[in-house]
Design a protein around this ligand. Structure first.
Ligand code: CP
Length: 305
């Protein structure tokens, strides 16, 4: 299947269920051998207008393991954006130097706009509070790997469901796989209606809670999120909710044997370090899976697999 060749990935909803599964199957192939030199002579542009550790560096290692080159910037401050250059001009310029552009930008919708002006495919590495489709694919990969399936998963999402872009993408994707959703958040950070509409459209159900202990025995996947302080218009509002949910090891007693704790990371204080050695903690392996999933995506979009 090379239907993904030349296509941008802006929202997880750009991909069909079959295309998602194709990427996960390819990622499995890369997990067995992530040092295939298939990118020899290819250049990937990496434009990060917002901070990142995992997404930026796993894209860089993905490309380098495959023998390709990656160019770009890790902060708008070191680019000509600092001098006032527009996003359009930046994209048109970098597309002269690369076969594919990976971009993170704080503005919702910026990745879609970039894909409309770019002559080369764009991969959205996170646009504001909107979408993070490559994180979504690695989350799906991690769920399938730990649960042995994607269908009929019971998932509890905890924390900032309003500004957390990873959970928005993941709800849309899991709606294709008959998931049951449990949303735990403060009242001010509930899952947006526009995202819940995807669940209704798929004839699936969700429940909303404020106490995370209510969902602990129900979940196959406990997906913790960071309260996204940088996206709050009012810092005082952030102060009120910043410590709403803190997972401690003792709270995992009585959870399902197959249950795994995921978090897109970085964490601040929402998962105590005493959880890290519990076999149910999967967040660092989850981040590692990002290399294979991003290799699969790049190979598919460049038409090399
Ligand atoms: N998961 C994730 O997007 O992490 P970074 O912000 O470090 O890239």
């Amino acid at each position: 299947m090379n239907k993904l060749k030349g296509r941008s990935l802006i929202s997880i909803t750009d991909y069909s269920k079959e295309e998602i599964i194709h990427i996960l199957d390819l990622a499995e192939e890369f997990e067995k051998n992530h040092r295939q030199k298939i990118l020899d002579g290819y250049v990937v542009g990496s434009l990060f207008f917002e901070p990142s550790t995992r997404t930026r560096l796993s894209f860089e290692s993905s490309v380098q393991y495959l023998g390709g080159s990656i160019i770009g910037f890790a902060s708008a401050d070191t680019s000509s954006v600092k001098k006032g250059e527009s996003l359009k001009d930046t994209i048109l310029t970098v597309s002269n130097y690369s076969d594919l552009i990976v971009m993170r930008n704080p503005m919702d919708g910026s990745a879609r706009y970039a894909s409309e002006v770019s002559p080369v495919p764009i991969i959205n590495a996170g646009d504001g509070a909107n979408q993070h489709p490559t994180q979504c694919l690695l989350d799906l990969y991690s769920i399938r790997k730990t649960q042995g399936r994607l269908e009929n998963i019971s998932i509890a999402m905890v924390g900032d469901l309003k500004y957390g872009r990873t959970v928005h993408s993941l709800v849309q994707a899991l709606s294709l796989f008959d998931a049951t959703f449990h949303f735990v958040s403060p009242d001010s950070l509930k899952m947006p209606s526009s995202v819940k509409a995807w669940i209704k459209k798929a004839n699936l159900s969700y429940n909303q809670y404020t106490d995370m202990m209510d969902v602990m025995p129900l979940a196959d996947i406990l997906y913790m999120t960071r309260i996204q302080g940088e996206r709050f218009p009012d810092p005082l509002e952030y102060e009120k909710v910043k410590n709403s949910y803190i997972l401690a090891n003792s709270m995992l007693k009585g959870t399902k044997d197959n249950m795994r704790v995921l978090h897109s990371l970085p964490r601040v204080n929402e998962i105590k370090e005493d959880v890290d050695n519990n076999p149910k903690a999967y967040y660092f392996q989850q981040a590692k899976n990002g290399v294979y999933v991003r290799q699969a995506l790049i190979a598919a979009i460049l038409g090399l697999k």
